[in-house]
Design a protein. Structure first.
Length: 157
């Protein structure tokens, strides 16, 4: 079976290991002084592209199928002192979803969400914009990060 590989550079390996262990719910299978690796069977990967997002990695995410799974991810992050930005039910990327956001120690946006249904609009607004509606300008952050001075994302959150 094939597996998607993502590699993210971090400033502080220990902070990164702590954050990703909280996010994934399991420790890395390999650690070196400058490296850590997880081989995950759960979650599976959902990969999307959009001309509305910034070039490069816009955000990463964990999509769940059940409310209980979403609660487990949120609870695990909160138990590890990661602040969540709960967006609640929203329309983004042609789907109605319940979602929250966090930011990892490297500044990468992570979305945790459950999709309820497909919709016909990219966002909750009929008009098209040049920006992706998805990644809020402010999101939850791990304790090691400085809070952003921005207060609202492009979805009005």
């Amino acid at each position: 079976m094939k597996r998607l590989h993502l590699h993210i550079g971090v400033e502080n390996l220990s902070e990164g290991i702590n954050f990703y262990t909280a996010l994934f719910g399991v420790p890395p299978i390999k650690t070196k002084p400058d490296y850590a690796k997880w081989l995950l069977e759960d979650p599976r990967v959902n990969f999307a592209i959009s001309t509305r997002a910034k070039k490069g990695i816009d955000h990463l995410g964990i999509q769940v199928e059940e409310d209980t799974e979403l609660a487990e991810v949120r609870d695990r992050l909160k138990a590890n002192d990661v602040t969540l930005a709960d967006e609640g039910e929203t329309v983004c990327c042609y789907a109605r979803s319940e979602k929250s956001w966090v930011q990892d120690p490297a500044g990468v946006a992570w979305e945790t969400y459950r999709t309820m249904e497909d919709v016909q609009l990219f966002s909750g607004q009929a008009e098209s914009t040049d920006r992706a509606c998805c990644t809020p300008a402010t999101m939850g952050q791990p304790n090691c990060c400085e809070p952003s001075d921005q207060t609202a994302g492009c979805c009005g959150s």
